[in-house]
Design a protein around this ligand. Sequence first.
Ligand code: F6R
Length: 608
Amino acid sequence: MCGIIGFTGSHHVQDILLNGLQRLEYRGYDSAGIAYFRDDSNHISIRKTAGKVSDLRAVCDDDNESHCGIGHTRWATHGGVSTTNAHPHRVGRVALIHNGIIENYKELIAKYNLAPQLKSQTDTEVAAALINKKYDEFNDPKKALKAAVNEMEGAFAFCILFREDPGKIYAIRNVSPMVATFAENAGSFIASDLTAFLDFTKNYFVVPEYHLLTLSNDGIEMEDLEGNTVEPEYLTVDWDVDAAEKEGYAHYMLKEIHEQPSAIEKTIAPRIKDSLPDFSVDGIDDSLFENVSDITVIACGTALYAGMVGAQMIKNRFGIPVTCAVASEFRYERPVLNENSLVIVCSQSGETIDTLAALRLASEYTKKTLSIVNVKGSSIARESNYVLYTHAGPEIAVASTKAYTSQVAAFYLIAIKLGLVSGKASEPRAKEFIETLKTVPNMIKTMLGYEDRVAGLTKRMVNATDAFFIGRGLDYQIAMEGSLKLKEISYIHAEAYAAGELKHGTISLVEEGVPVIAIASQSNVYSKVISNIRETEARGAYVILISKDPEVTDPSICDVHFHIPDVPDEFTVFEVIVICQMLAYYTSTGKGIDPDKPRNLAKSVTVE
Ligand code: F6R
């Protein structure tokens, strides 16, 4: 949450900051701002405004003489959406941008009598005031920063300009993510995520926590808090800048929906050998899956729903006990784990703070911590003992799509491996399953063929105020993700229910015309769910049925039917979810909403 970028080098800084912020905008779009030095002068100019990066462009003059600056796109936490609360914040001789939350900001205001200097309601301005105070005391940027962060509690990624140090950016972080790089042809960059500087280089390093960076035109110096020089550990990203562009699609979300076949291919192909799962590319051998007493899956949002699908599969196929935990709850509960517990943490960004905190807690109980992560080098990937990268490429749209399906595919590989290692899966059955998994990209391609039909439902959907997603067994887990997609980008109140549970209360909400998206793809409960659907149809619901039936013409069952090709029940998730994703997308655009930037949301939730 919140996108930050800093650049100092041979290019015009305004262009680099504004283009970088455009790429980071998925992290927050409440306000945007930049601060920069005019060359060789120690005057810091600030331009900022409530609104999006496009609004910021409108208030920036064409400044070609500045080569060092910082930029920010905000997801509001402390203080409302306003230009005053927009970053950068300047206090005295310091201008600063921040991602995170300073939890003890009130104590700091009181301790140092900072109130008279504050104009905004943000915790960030308090940090700027404290750093400025320490700068007045030490007259040395590094000493000032070290002394200030020593007193701060919470999460932060700071980039700071000190007035007497033109051409230099200072940076430090705790928890909130930050990556940096030096590109020979341009200069030094720092950002929340590497998409901001991918036009210049594919190499980057993750800024370690509590290390102080000094960026200049000549390179990046890094030291720990004791002043020891630390060499950055560079990584190389394995996708191109094009992957972070819309490539002709109207929105990133639509592009990412269409990328699912190739994303899944990239997740599974390196991990299948002789039709069996093989994690040697990840450096994971079978010992991780031996003697597993129980499994806990921890994640948030869509990643959790992917985990629930994986958990259902592991439990139902192999009888291994699996619990799924909402990360923000798990981190404050008493974990029931032992050294043989396998903890699977799932996160697209690898930076979700609740998931990270839950992983840290789980790590106190077991060394068997395995993460399924998309972003290379992210905190969760680094802090778990084993990591499976999904290799789905950058996911920019706030609503997660290709990350979900590639996470489910990763869970399916893990499930089969667990089955084999525990002796609960036979090799021929495992091979059969993996052969079907290999066909998932084609299943999704077939479903993408429904795009026009799904778009045709827009007129009906845009007028809905409520919608219900119902299903049983695995279909219920899919319904949860379907309803999250619809509500987050269309603002229609949507809920998922186990179809058999409706009559215990919720059916009272079903009235004439309410859309019910009924998923009936699981053979063992098919007739049961059809009865539940009839109950809603009888009360006037507008039923959109998704099932394997070649044709459903009975009007007492549904108004619209989507036939999904007959694949084994565990694989219908890949078919059904594509319809749900497209339904959410077209409902959102039909209402004139930008599905890539739904209100109040941002990607990569790095605040609690
Ligand atoms: C919904 C969505 C969120 C994320 C959740 C976890 O479309 O994207 O629910 O799934 O915030 O994010 P990660 O996977 O980055 O931990």
